[in-house]
Design a protein around this ligand. Structure first.
Ligand code: FE2
Ligand code: FE2
Length: 275
């Protein structure tokens, strides 16, 4: 078993975040399921080509991305399980299930980039976020709807245009390629929550739509609180968007999400950047 990346958590009593591979036939089967990711060659990245501050920022960005993608895999798994429990259409549940694999492949790719840049950095990671669950007080359809709205209508839908722009801004061929692979998968993921609402919205009561609005609002507000501040427009050679560009795209994405939710009778206010 080979450790790909380890990101320490400062919280006592909790294990550090770590990505590892079992190897052998298991790894071979996994690689065959995501061939484009299997073909990535992070050795094309030479740490000597970057300034020390760019390298430090890049290692942190890709380490954090490895954790965030693993958390997306956990959210995708919880959502797929909830779809099956709610007897969602089988093809929709199968689509949701396939996204778990996508997110795991994304996590590994990010960890490999961090490793190529000199290794994952130590971050304070809320490791308990990997234990994603739906609400415990709803019927199966409502549990699935909460997860679909939180993780897909808001989180995945918001990340898709940002990744697309990041892919377009990337200048290093390997990074442009990996961002375009991620953006392609995220474009698919961003559709799932809306497809689920298409299927179930007529079965939801007005009270349940109000509750879904609260879920969406809390998720949007938490996301907007994390938007980068400042007006630095400098190109980031190892990934990421300059703060102002990020906020411009994020505000448009948030407004689109609010408008789309409104079309399903789910009322939410547009969050704004804090500066
Ligand atoms: Fe992802
Ligand atoms: Fe995703």
């Amino acid at each position: 078993m080979q450790a790909m990346a380890a990101v320490e958590t400062a919280e006592e009593g909790l294990p550090p975040f770590c990505i590892s591979l079992f190897g052998g036939a298991v790894e071979k089967r996994y690689r065959a399921l995501k061939p484009a990711f299997a073909a990535l060659d992070p050795s094309a990245l030479d740490p000597a080509d970057f300034e020390p501050d760019e390298l430090a920022r890049g290692r942190e960005l890709w380490s954090r991305a490895a954790f965030n993608e693993t958390r997306s895999a956990a959210a995708a798994a919880a959502t797929a399980r909830a779809f099956i429990a709610a007897q969602a259409p089988l093809d929709l549940s199968a689509m949701a299930s396939s996204f778990v694999l996508d997110e795991l492949a994304h996590a590994e790719a990010c960890a490999r980039i961090a490793a190529a840049l000199g290794g994952a950095v130590e971050l304070v990671t809320p490791i308990e976020q990997l234990d994603v669950r739906g609400p415990e007080d709803g019927h199966a359809l409502m549990v699935a709807a909460v997860l679909a709205v939180r993780h897909y209508c808001v989180e995945e839908t918001s990340s898709a245009p940002l990744l697309r722009a990041t892919a377009q801004a990337a200048r290093h061929p390997l990074l442009a390629h990996i961002f375009s692979l991620l953006a392609k998968d995220e474009a698919m993921h961003s559709q799932l929550g809306w497809l689920f609402l298409d299927w179930c919205v007529d079965q939801l009561s007005e009270t349940e739509c109000v509750r879904l609005g609260r879920v969406a609002q809390a998720t949007l507000d938490a996301w907007s609180a994390s938007w980068p501040t400042g007006d630095d427009e400098q190109h980031l050679p190892l990934g990421g968007l300059p703060p102002r560009r990020y906020r411009e795209l994020a505000e448009v994405a948030a407004a689109d999400i609010v408008a789309s939710l409104a079309s399903y009778g789910i009322s939410v206010e547009v969050p704004r950047a804090s500066d």
